[in-house]
Structures are given as C-alpha cells and as structure tokens.
Design a protein around this ligand. Structure first.
Ligand SMILES: [Ca+2]
Ligand SMILES: [Ca+2]
Ligand SMILES: [Ca+2]
Ligand SMILES: [Ca+2]
Length: 455
C-alpha cells in the first residue's frame, strides 16, 4: 500500500516538472508556490528522473519555439537564442560592431569591438561652442568652451569618472575662440578672445586650483586665435587675427614677456591653425582672402602654410583655391613634418596635405556631400586623424589615415551634432572628440573604446 502511494507521488512530481518546462514562460504568470518548483528544476533536468525527462524531450522542442528559425530555441524557455525574433541574432552569429546590440548572445553588446562612447558633458545653458580638447599623457581630459548665454569661458575636466565643470573666466564677453593646452605640470592653459574691446588676446591658467588671467600682447584683438605649448619648454604660443590691420599675428611668452610678429600680410586673414614641432618652433595654416581683381571685383580664398625657424618666417601657398581652407587645422608629426586638414569650399570636400620631406602629398579625405567644416587634425599613435562636421546630415565624423589611405566613419548622428569639433588622442591611442550639439545647446564628448571580447 505504501509503495503504491510512493509511485503515485513520483508520477505526480514528474508531471509537475513536465508541466513547468512545457509551459515555456508561463511560469511568470504562476503563483509564487509554483515558481519555486520551476526555478529548482530548470538547472537540473536530469536529476534521477531520467526516464521521464528523456520521454518528454521531444515535447520540449515543440513547446519551446524557434520562431525565427535560426536553429536556436528561445532563451525565454531555456533555449540559447537571446532574440528569437531575429535570425541574425543567436549564439553562432558574428558580433556586429557599433550598433549597441548583442548579436552573439554572450550578454555583452559589441564585445571585441572598438566603439564610440558618447556623453553629454555640460548642458542647461547654451554651452559647447568653440570646444577645445586636450588630453595629458596620464589621461587627464580637459575641454575649454564658450557659454553663449552668460558669455563666459568654461572649463570641464575629467580623470576618468565624473566631470568637474568650472567657469574659468567671466570678466567681459569671453570664451569665443577658446584654445586649450596642458603645460608640463598638467595645469590647463587657455588662450581666449574678449569681444567688444580691442585688447588681447588673453591667456588664462589654473594653478593650485585658482584661475588667473593676463593679456597676451595688448591691443591686437585676438579673434580666431589658436594656442600651443610645447611640453619641454612650457612657453605659450598664439596666432590670431588682428582686427585693425587684417594680418595674422604671432605672439609667444618668453621669460614673462609677450612678444609678437606679423605672419601673414598677404590679404585679409581668416581661420588658422597652429602646431609646434619638436624644437618648439611654430607651424601655421591659414586661409587668406586675396583680391584677384578690383574691376571687376574678384576675391578668392587661398590656403597658406607658414613656419618659423626662430628668426624668420617662410611662407608657401599650398592651395590656390579659388575657395579653399575656410576651415583648416594643422598638426606636426614625429618627423616634424606638417599635416594640414582643410575644406575645399568649391567642392564642399575635406582635403588633407602632408609635407613628406620633399613635396606636398594631397588627399581628398572625404569627398561625399557637404563635409569638412570645423575640422580638427591630430597625430595618433601611428598616423593622423581628423574630426569634422558632415553638414548635409548634421553628423559628427572621424577620418583616419592608415599609411596608404583615409577611411571615414560617423561618430554621432543624434540630432545636429559635430560643429566645433576638437580631436585629441588618449594615452591608450584611441581618439576622443569634444563637440557642440546644436539641438540641445550642449557640450558633448565622444571617446573610442575597445570592449573586451567575451568567450
Ligand atoms: Ca531562434
Ligand atoms: Ca535569433
Ligand atoms: Ca556580444
Ligand atoms: Ca553588436
């Protein structure tokens, strides 16, 4: 009699297991009492109840669906397909990089991929125009930028976690044409323009937590300024446009004294770039407006390259337009050779030039629609990269040279983003870009990261 009751009990228990497995996700609707049974049995199907489990395995396959017919059953009922509505997502699929989706069902999206991590650094007021990014060898990230609501110069800093936001300078209408560099002590140093006043350019630095400012070579104006500091010499260099005389002027601080020289006197100078070589000597790219003919009036924009050997400036017209270089930027590589990114404003393309020691090489980096504004070039671990704006779509772009050709990719396409780009490379060799989000009037930061491969 006792045996019969035992048998009945075992059969009932087996039925309960079959029911729990067979209902496939139905256990969510069950009462708490049943959940315990289902959870207990899901991990160990084959514990002592071998016969019943084997008998019912066929039923399990029918009940647990493979709706997308990729050969893997739905994860919801003990299968391994993490998305049973998409046949391209299953444990045998290849991970597709950069889409935020886990194609190979290992619980990590984009593993084994280099992806752009994007964050908003500052928002609320209209902040982020004139973004200028710098990264130290130890990984400290700084961004100087303009607060258009308060007309202040702001500064954001991160050492890997949260951002610290400061108003660096609020005296006067300040913050446009901000240009950030770290000195050898990793103190942020910012060149900036003060509008509605014919003084400047200005120089701000933070030492011991406090910001101090000074006028760098007075009375010139200082629009469109760019600054550079060589880490070995800690001497700030600036180039800037002088409102009154229309020339491009250069100033550097030597022993506490700012001295200046005129660089480009060919015409009305416009946007420009500045970089230093290993000897701390300046290399400059600049667009110059040249009057070709007075009657009829023909004005062209040409791209020039200047460099100084410490006593004299040498110039070269490197693109005779007719409309070139409205946006340009320059970097100097380990051989002390200049790389220049610039817009061809006739074709709306992004171009690059490189002095290879004997001649200028030239590339059409991105010849798609209307691209190249707000470009920023920097030297990566091996070759240069350029961040820039795709005006046609309002996207932030990044181009990279690999030694034989340039490739391009979209970094951020969320709304209208990618004006005022500023590119720098982190100590891990990956690029990072600060830029302005027009729709949200905010400062954004994108950083490429490698996500470790799972398996
Ligand atoms: Ca499936
Ligand atoms: Ca699937
Ligand atoms: Ca994955
Ligand atoms: Ca993916």
């Amino acid at each position: 009699m006792k045996r019969v009751w035992m048998l009945l009990f075992v059969m009932l228990a087996a039925l309960a297991v079959v029911f729990a497995v067979g209902t496939c996700g139905g256990d969510d609707d069950d009462d708490d009492d049943d959940d315990d049974v289902a959870d207990d049995d899901s991990g160990d199907d084959d514990t002592g109840d071998d016969d019943s489990a084997d008998d019912d395995s066929g039923d399990d396959d029918e009940e647990c669906p493979d709706a997308d017919e990729d050969g893997f059953q739905d994860e919801e009922c003990g299968g391994t397909d993490c998305d049973d509505t998409d046949p391209d997502i299953n444990p045998d699929a290849d991970e597709v990089c950069g889409d935020g989706i886990d194609q190979d069902c290992d619980d990590v999206a984009d593993d084994g991929c280099e992806v752009w991590m994007i964050e908003t650094v500052d928002s609320g007021d209209d902040v982020g125009q004139y973004a200028s990014l710098a990264i130290t060898d130890t990984g400290k990230v700084g961004i100087a930028y303009y607060d258009a609501d308060n007309r202040d110069l702001k500064y954001a800093e991160s050492t890997g976690k949260a951002w610290t936001i400061q108003t660096a300078v609020s005296d006067g209408r300040v913050g446009t044409y901000a240009s950030l560099v770290f000195n050898s002590l990793e103190d942020p140093c910012i060149g900036y323009y003060r509008s509605l006043i014919s003084t400047g350019p200005y120089y701000a630095t933070r030492t011991g937590g406090a910001w101090s400012t000074e006028e760098a070579y007075g009375g010139s104006g200082g629009e469109r300024l760019r600054m550079a500091i060589h880490p070995l010499y800690d001497v700030p260099h600036m180039i800037f446009y002088t409102g009154g005389t229309s020339v491009l002027r250069y100033t550097r601080n030597s022993g506490g004294v700012w001295t200046a020289e005129d660089v480009d006197t060919n015409g009305y100078t416009r946007n420009s770039g500045l970089a230093l070589d290993s000897a701390g000597l300046p290399h400059v790219s600049v667009q110059t407006e040249i009057t070709i003919s007075v009657e009829p009036e023909i004005i062209e924009e040409h791209l020039f390259y200047f460099r100084s050997d410490g006593s004299a400036w040498y110039e070269e017209e490197i693109d005779a337009g007719p409309h070139a270089g409205t946006y340009n930027s320059i970097a100097v590589d380990d051989d002390d050779y200049p790389w220049i990114a610039y817009t061809d404003d006739f074709l709306d393309d992004l171009k690059a030039k490189w002095w290879n020691g004997s001649m200028w090489r030239q590339w059409g980096v991105d010849t798609g629609l209307s691209v190249g504004e707000y470009n920023s070039i920097a030297i990566g671990p091996d070759y240069p990269g350029v961040s820039y704006y795709n005006k046609t779509f309002g996207h932030l772009m990044y181009a990279e040279y690999n030694g034989s050709y340039w490739s391009t990719q979209t970094v951020d396409e969320d709304g209208s983003v990618g004006r005022y780009t500023s590119l720098a490379y982190a100590p891990d060799g990956y690029p990072a870009i600060a830029y302005y989000d027009v729709n949200n009037e905010s400062l954004k930061f994108a950083r490429m990261t490698y996500i470790e491969e799972v398996d």
